[in-house]
Design a protein around this ligand. Structure first.
Ligand code: 6PG
Length: 243
């Protein structure tokens, strides 16, 4: 797994760097092409979305972006658990992105059917590379149990399947989720892990320093082949990494 790590003094500096990357990438998009992004849920992504909404709303070429999700809880778009609702409230409703450019996972629909339908939607809108849709950017968070997107430690099969999206179950709540699979995630052109807070320091250290037992964490299964993997950390989540 080749990756790079950038440590920022705080979440704000991390968000500024993330926004600058978006602006730079969007400036490079050829006319009549789109920049395809798969968003993540979680409180860390939510902070980034809010920061971008407050500080960069009119500085990013939103009309060039197609927004998808890497995972969604199997709830309606108005549910407090919805990753779409979180992104809409913290970012999408505050920026001039055309409604047609926002392609949410229909968490309210039958999970198996929606996993298939969303895979077809992504396949119809995201250009292929190596026989698989290739997102320009896959945004990932890191769960305390090492899950990423909604791939939990009990589901290594989600990194072996040829499916693009599948149905997972949160081991704690029993809530069904729809998640991108390893095939789709690892085919991304860029994967950005955004991890902040002292609560993640231990698992970040385990994964990035490949400590014994870390292979059980789905986040350690992320390896984008020819793509770029960047871990964006704040000083707290990076605090246990060897200097
Ligand atoms: C989800 C997310 C999940 C999240 C991590 C990190 O739907 O729960 O996709 O993978 O990114 O759990 O969440 P925090 O940033 O809140 O720790």
């Amino acid at each position: 797994m080749s990756y790079s790590v950038r440590v920022f003094p705080n979440r704000e500096a991390l968000a500024q760097s993330f926004a600058a990357m978006l602006i730079k990438d969007l400036d490079r998009i050829e006319p009549d092409h789109y920049y395809t992004v798969a968003l993540s849920g979680g409180s860390t992504p939510e902070f980034i979305f809010k920061y971008i909404s407050d500080n960069y709303a009119d500085r990013i070429s939103w009309e060039k972006m197609l927004v998808f999700w890497g995972d969604e809880r199997c709830v309606g778009p108005d549910d407090s658990e919805s990753n779409y609702r979180m992104a809409y409230e913290s970012l999408l409703q505050n920026v001039p992105i055309p409604d047609a450019n926002v392609l949410r996972i229909m968490g309210e629909d039958d999970p198996e059917a929606e996993a298939r339908q969303y895979a077809e939607l992504v396949s119809s809108m995201v250009p292929f590379f190596n026989g698989t849709p290739q997102f320009d950017l896959m945004l990932l968070g890191l769960g305390d149990d090492g899950h990423t997107a909604s791939v939990f430690p009990d589901r290594p099969d989600l990194f072996a399947t040829t499916r693009l999206f599948d149905v997972a179950v949160h081991p704690g709540t029993g809530r069904k989720r729809i998640t991108a699979t390893g095939r789709l995630i690892n085919n991304s052109s860029k994967i950005y892990y955004i991890v902040t807070g002292s609560g993640k320091a231990s698992i970040v250290s385990e994964i990035l320093e490949k400590k014994a037992g870390s292979e059980r964490y789905p986040a350690s299964w992320i390896n984008p082949g020819s793509g770029q993997l960047l871990w964006m950390l704040d000083s707290e989540s990076a605090s246990l990494l060897k200097k």
